[in-house]
Design a protein around this ligand. Sequence first.
Ligand code: XCC
Ligand code: SF4
Length: 632
Amino acid sequence: MADTTLPVIEGALLKVAGDRGFATARDRLEVMSPQCGFGELGTCCRICYMGPCRIDPFGNGPKTGVCGLTPDAMVARNLLRDTVGGTASHVGHARHVLLTLRDALNGKAPYQIKGVSKVMALAKTFGVPTEGREVNDICRDLVNIALEDFGRQDELPNNWMSKRAPAEEQALWSDLGLMYSNPHNEIETAMHATSMGNDADPLSLMLRVLKMSLIDGWTGLTLCVDLQDILFGVPEIAVTEAAVGVLEENSVNVAAHGHNPVLSEKILEWAEKLEGDAIAAGAERINVVGVCCTGNELSMRHGVKLAAHNSQTELILTTGAVDAMVVDIQCIWPQLAQVAKCFDTAFITTDAMVRIPDAIHIPFEPHHADESAREIVQKAIDAFRRRRGKPVDIPRHKSTAVAGLSVEAIVDLLAKLDAEDPLKPVIDNVANGNIFGFVGVVGCSSIKFRDNAMTEEMVKHLLRQNVLVLTTGCTAHICAQDGLMTSEATYRYCGDGLKAVLEVLGKAAGLDGPLPPVWHMGACVDNSRIVDLMVALAKRLGVKVGQLPAVGSAPELVQEKAVSIGGSFLALGVSCHIAPAPRILGGPMVTKLLTEDLQELTGAVVRVELEPKGAADWMIAHIAGKRAALGI
Ligand code: XCC
Ligand code: SF4
C-alpha cells in the first residue's frame, strides 16, 4: 500500500472532473494506448519525405531507413533533436530575462535590481570591477558579458560556461570537443547536422547530445538563474502551502502558470495593487497561486502557495474556482483553454509564441509590463464577479511546505553552525554517514506514473536510507503536496543519521522542528542551483563533481527540457535514474553507450527503473559505490 497522501489529492481532483463530466489526460491517454512502439524505441524517422521510416528492432522488415540510416543513428538523431528542443526552450527563456535586465537598466522596462548580493558575487566571478561603482554600472558590465555570448561568431569558449563551470570538468569537455561558444550557433548546427543526409555516426551524434546538454546547463539554466536572481532577488527560506486546497472560494483566484518570472512577478505586484478593486467586487482578497515552474519561482521568492503541478493543470480548472489562469511559456496544455471555456475562468496567454485557440491573448512584453499585468488582474476580478455565488468544488487537501532553499540560503544557514567554513558540517556528516548521499529529484509529473506515486514513494525510500533529497520543477510540487517539505516528514521518513542533521539545521533556521528532508530548490531552471551546490561541495572536498555520492533522478520524465537537463548532469559525471525509458532502446549501441560506456567518458551512466523501490535501490547502491571510492 502506498504510504502517501498524493493519490488522495489526485483522486479528489479526478473525482471533481468526473462528477462535472470532463474527460482528462488520463482518458485521452487510454484511448491512445498502446502508444506507438516505434516511437517509444526511437526507431521512427520522419526527417525527410522519403520516409517516414520505421525499423523493427526485432529484425522483422527493413534494417535501415530508405537512405540507409541505421537504427543507432536514427535514435541518436532523435535524441539530439529532443535535447535541442529542451535547450532552445531554456536558452530562449534565458535570453528573454537577459534582454529584460538590459532594458530595465536602460530605464525601458519597469523592473528594479533586487539581487544586489548576486550582482556582487557575479562581478567577482567575472572579474568585473566594483570599487566605487554603482550597482547598475556593474550590472551593465555583466549584461554585456552575457550579450557577447549570444552574438559572437568566433570559437572562443562561452563566457558564462567558462567562468561558472568547474575548471577540471572543462578540461575534460575540451578534450571531448564539447566546449561551445554561441548557443544559437550550436542549436543551428545541431538542427543542420540532424537534417537529411548529414551526421549519420551515432557516436558523433551522441557527443553532440552532450554538447547540447552543456549549453542547456550553463546558458539555459545557470545564466538564466543568475540573471533572474539579479532582477528578482536571491531566494530565502520561506514557508508556504501546496495542493489544490490553496484555492479560496471567496477570493479572486489567479493561477500563474508557465516559467518566466518576468511575467509572474508583475502579476503578483498588480494583484497587491488591485486588492481594493477585488474587495469592491465582493471578494475577500486576490489569491495568486502558482502552477508548475512559475509556481516554484513565486514560492521560492515570495512564499506564494503552490496549487498544481503539470499533470494537475486541467484538473484545477475543473474546480470552477480559478478566476484567471495566466500563462507564458512551456508546458501549457492546449486543453486548458477548452476546460476554462466551460467556466467563468479567463484563460490568458501572453507570449506571441504560445497562441492557443479559445484563449484570451493579452500580449505581455517587458516594456509595457505594468499595463498588461494590470489588465490581466482586472480580467481575473471581472471573472470573479461572474463566478460569485456559483458552486465551486475545491478539494480541501493541502500541506505546508518549506521553500526557498537557494545555495545562498543554505550556506547562510550552515554558517550559523560554522561561520568560518560553512560547508564543513555537511562534509563531516557525509563522511560519518549521517548523510549517506544526495539525490537531485527533478523534472516533471507524468500521468503515466501518478497512480503509483512514483516520485513520493521513491523519495521516501531514499530518506529512510539517509539520502538528502534536493528537488525542483514539478517533482517539487509533488513532494510539497505530499508533506515531504515539513518537519514531520523528517520525523516520519528519515533514517536516524539524516534526522539528527536536520534537527540541528532546523534549530539553526529558527524552525519549530527539524529542517524538512526534501529541499525545495526551485523551478527546472534552478537545477543550476543543485549543480552549484554540488560544485561547491566538490571544491571544498577537492574532488570532481562526479566523485560525490550524488545521483540525479527524473522519475516522471515528460518534457524535452528534462532530457537536456539530464544530459547536463551526465556531462558533469553525475549518473541519472530516469523513468520512463528514453527513446533509445531501438539503438543497441546508443543504449550501451548511455547505460555503460559513458562511464569511461564522463564517469556517469543512465539507469532506467520504472518502480520506486527499484529506482531507490539502484541509486543507493550507486551512491555506496561512490562512497567506497572516496574511502568513506
Ligand atoms: Fe514542465 Fe517546468 Fe516538467 Fe513541470 S517540471 S512539466 S518541464 S513545468 Ni520543469
Ligand atoms: Fe527515412 Fe533517411 Fe529520410 Fe529518415 S532521413 S525519413 S531514415 S530516408
